[in-house]
Design a protein around this ligand. Structure first.
Ligand SMILES: Nc1ncnc2c1ncn2[C@@H]1O[C@H](COP(=O)(O)OP(=O)(O)O)[C@@H](O)[C@H]1O
Ligand code: SF4
Ligand SMILES: [Mg+2]
Length: 334
């Protein structure tokens, strides 16, 4: 089967721009939060989106599920171009694709009980009788390891880890096929991050889920993802399978990130690595040449990097890199 047929999600040249005005007399500023992103995700796979804060991960996630409207490009879910759907069709499809947000404190309504929070998506989609919905809520709470005695409690009575389990239950109660996990453990204590990751793994196996896993920590990405895309200022710098990417990183940005990578298991103590990136993360408005150049140790003084934006090109099996001089920066992992 070709990848196209096997893939549950196809993203093609996706763009999202925000126009902001700083004041009544200033010129509007266009922020290219997502700037021409393409990738595919196979059924049952965990596809990672990795990048520093502000590189467009959450904006991309929202575009994937059409929680916000992309400026350009296409998202194709199970062969259906989401941009062509009318609102009722999109609503129906939404059952099959869900999201878990980073902050379980902000994402759960404090006035609702745990059972109501988990039941709400079933209610909104008009699924089942009251009894059937309750049974589905109980089954889903059990799946995520929350005891039935918690049904009538409110979110504030729960720990961060328990709250994130409720957020996961709410996403899974409709039994979706695709779940976008937007930094689902980064607001949690290190001691419980591994538990939640392992839960997500078990759930994936039991329910046959496909994950898009958003993360800024490369060690967690390596632990959890089958394939990954490294994002910088709204664009994919490098895309490869886990082994290939971590064994043979070709983009200077990936190399720089990896040189500061902590031990590849969540929950363990971090080792301090060497960070070789200089300069602030810029906000991308208009640019010429390579978007990473202002921080790139390889391309700083190279004319080609200043003039020509590198395209994402195949440099190995399933390994694509957006750089004119791939593999020049090699740094040992600490
Ligand atoms: N609604 C918005 N209006 C204007 N700018 C936005 C909006 N949402 C996000 N941005 C900008 O888009 C960029 C990407 O943000 P985001 O997707 O939240 O990044 P990440 O999730 O990787 O931290 C940032 O520069 C951010 O300030
Ligand atoms: S194209 Fe040039 S500036 Fe950009 S990452 Fe490659 S070497 Fe660095
Ligand atoms: Mg984010």
């Amino acid at each position: 089967m070709s990848r196209d047929q096997a893939s549950l999600l196809q993203v093609e040249a996706l763009e999202k721009r925000f126009v902001i005005r700083r004041g009544p007399w200033s010129r509007p500023l266009v922020i290219r939060a997502v700037d021409g992103v393409s990738f595919q995700v196979a059924r049952g796979e965990t596809f990672g989106l990795v990048g520093e804060s502000g590189c467009g991960k959450s904006t991309l996630a929202r575009c994937l599920l059409r929680l916000i409207e992309p400026t350009a490009g296409r998202v194709i879910f199970d062969g259906v171009d989401l941009g062509r759907l009318r609102p009722p069709e999109m609503r129906a499809l939404r059952r099959r694709m869900q999201i878990v947000f980073q902050d379980p404190f902000a994402s759960l309504d404090p006035r609702m009980s745990i059972a109501q929070i988990v039941e709400e998506p079933l209610f909104v989609h008009g699924i089942g009788s009251r009894e059937e919905r309750q049974a589905q809520v109980d089954a889903t709470l059990e799946l995520v390891g929350i005891e039935a005695t918690y049904r009538d409690r409110r979110p504030h009575e729960l720990s961060g880890g328990q709250r994130q389990r409720i957020a996961i239950a709410r996403a899974l109660v409709l039994r979706p096929e695709l779940v976008v996990l937007d930094e689902p453990i980064s607001a949690l204590d290190v001691s419980i991050q591994a538990q939640v990751l392992n839960l997500l793994r078990d759930l994936q196996e039991q329910l046959g889920l496909t994950y898009v896993f958003i993360v800024h920590d490369l060690a967690i990405a390596e632990y959890f993802c089958d394939r990954l895309a490294v994002l910088y200022l709204g664009a994919v710098m490098e895309l490869a399978g886990r082994e290939e990417l971590f064994r043979r990183p070709l983009h200077p940005y990936t190399n720089a990130l990896l040189s500061g990578v902590p031990i590849p298991e969540p929950g363990r103590r971090r080792r301090q690595g060497r960070i070789i990136l200089e300069g602030e993360v810029p906000v991308l408005t208009d640019h010429r040449g390579c978007r990473f150049r202002s921080r790139c140790p390889v391309g700083k003084d190279r004319e080609r990097c200043a003039e020509v934006e590198p395209r994402l090109e195949e440099r190995g099996p399933g390994h694509r890199v957006a750089c004119h001089f791939p593999g020049e920066l090699v740094t040992a992992r600490p």
